[in-house]
Write a new protein. Structure first.
Length: 478
């Protein structure tokens, strides 16, 4: 996420009105050689490039020459192998001087629904000397896009774009490239959830698992409540460092109560309310590396005890209505609603996520914790301040039985596969995945899970400490 944040910040501080939607988002343009497609490909680039956007074609052409890439065809629903098919793209970054006997790494980025081309560039310098596979998770990047949402039936299809299906895709790719060889799986945030799901499904395919920024919890989950409480602590620490921003945040919240925001040309998608700005806080507060940037944004919007509405709209448009980042009110937003209701938070089948989260806030209010009094709220974590047909449809569709990821299932699989270890990491000041929620999984897994709290926040998976254990495992000859 750090690379696209830097790009957004450059746009904002240049006071540009063009936003990111008109840009061809960097896409590692420093590379000048096209990668090599797998020799046994079912989808030769020259034959299918007409199906790709100019942006996607450009990405292929800019891949380093040592990258092997391809698409695999998979069922949209793995339980219906004869049904609708989609394509999943992968890129195998294989430096020419790499010892091919070393164990391969597969990296799962965060999301769900984020474009890997905006979420992985900061990782490339760290992994450049190692053989790493990055799978463009179904619905993202150069893989087949998310299905268009027109009805509740389309919403139900999004259940096929969550962690269980992504693991099945990964197994198909692992077997295609390595046959029976085990690999090391690494991941961050939603990628950490994918890894924990992988352990429950195909532990025999894994040599080791290194996950950062998410831990499974039992249902009903304390996850939402823990995030709110951690957000309060982190916000307090931020305002201690930047005390003048408290007044700025209060003025911005007041302005967001007075006016609404919509993407250009789409008035049926609106955001309004004092917590409209809170997603900005989630993104920045969870990564202390960007606290200074957040303060600069607040100063830009509110320099002299008044809000510059034009600049406020510029910030909202770049963060909320950005096709490569957080495109709320569209299919990516619907996917996140389904993910949280079906897999992470898990509501009752007919209970909307908005009502579930409001109930959590009301529970905390009764105990004396009133988020309405905070200068930067927490509500946008659940996106329940978004009003759009797709969001509301996803929030109210009966999803049927949920598919939660439970600590007991992960622990049972680890105990049955004694050779497999889970390395789990949390950022000390991470308000998206607070370290406090990791205790249950740690207790269940015992000594087969090695838990480490890293300095920093949700982006601390980029630290050398996280990757040290990964690279030690790759250096173990097979």
């Amino acid at each position: 996420m750090s690379e696209i944040l830097r790009f957004i910040l450059d746009e904002l501080f240049n006071h540009s009105n063009s936003g990111l939607l008109q840009k061809d988002l960097l896409f590692i343009s420093i590379f000048t050689h096209a990668g090599k497609q797998a020799s046994d490909s079912l989808f030769p680039f020259e034959k299918i490039k007409s199906e790709l956007s100019p942006r996607d074609q450009n990405y292929i052409k800019k891949l380093p020459k040592y990258v092997i890439y391809d698409w695999v065809q998979v069922p949209e629903n793995h339980l219906d192998p004869q049904g609708r098919k989609i394509k999943v793209f992968y890129e195998y970054r294989l430096p020419e001087n790499l010892d091919k006997t070393l164990r391969p790494i597969c990296f799962f980025y965060g999301g769900p629904g984020l474009d890997p081309r905006s979420s992985t560039p900061a990782l490339i310098p760290i992994i450049k000397d190692h053989g790493v596979i990055i799978i463009h998770q179904r619905g993202t990047g150069l893989s087949s896009p998310l299905p268009q949402i027109r009805s509740g039936t389309d919403v139900l299809r999004l259940k096929n774009y969550l962690s269980r299906a992504i693991v099945e895709d990964a197994e198909i790719i692992r077997k295609k490239i390595f046959s029976t060889k085990k690999w090391i799986v690494t991941g961050q945030s939603f990628g950490s959830l994918i890894i924990q799901r992988y352990i429950t499904m195909y532990p025999e395919s894994l040599y080791s698992a290194h996950a950062h920024g998410f831990a499974a919890t039992s249902m009903p989950t304390p996850f939402a409540e823990s995030r709110i409480l951690k957000h309060k602590d982190v916000l307090k620490a931020y305002l201690k460092k930047f005390p003048k921003d408290k007044k700025r945040l209060e003025l911005i919240a007041q302005k967001c109560q007075e006016i609404s925001f919509s993407p250009k040309g789409e008035p049926d998608i609106t955001i309004q309310g004092r917590h409209t700005f809170s997603f900005i806080g989630m993104v920045f507060l969870s990564s202390p590396t960007y606290w200074k940037d957040l303060s600069n944004i607040l100063t830009m919007i509110c320099p002299e005890n008044s809000v510059d509405v034009h600049k406020l709209r510029l910030v909202i448009n770049n963060f909320y209505f950005n096709k490569s980042f957080i495109y709320l009110g569209k299919e990516q937003d619907a996917l996140n609603v389904v993910f949280n209701r079906h897999e992470a938070y898990v509501t009752n089948p007919k209970q909307s996520l908005s009502l579930y989260y409001q109930a959590t806030l009301n529970k905390l209010k009764k105990s004396g914790i009133n988020t309405d009094s905070w200068p930067l709220g927490e509500e946008a974590l659940m996106h329940f301040c978004i009003d759009s047909p797709i969001h509301n449809l996803a929030d109210n569709t009966d999803l049927g039985p949920a598919d939660p990821l439970l600590p007991k299932d992960i622990a049972d699989s680890l105990h049955k596969n004694k050779q497999l270890k889970l390395f789990l990491y949390a950022g000390k000041i991470d308000s998206i995945a607070p370290p406090e929620i990791f205790s249950e999984l740690k207790q269940q897994c015992g000594d087969q899970m090695i838990f480490t709290i890293l300095p920093g926040g949700h982006d601390s998976f980029l630290s050398t400490q996280f990757w040290k254990d990964v690279f030690i495992d790759t250096e173990t000859k097979q």
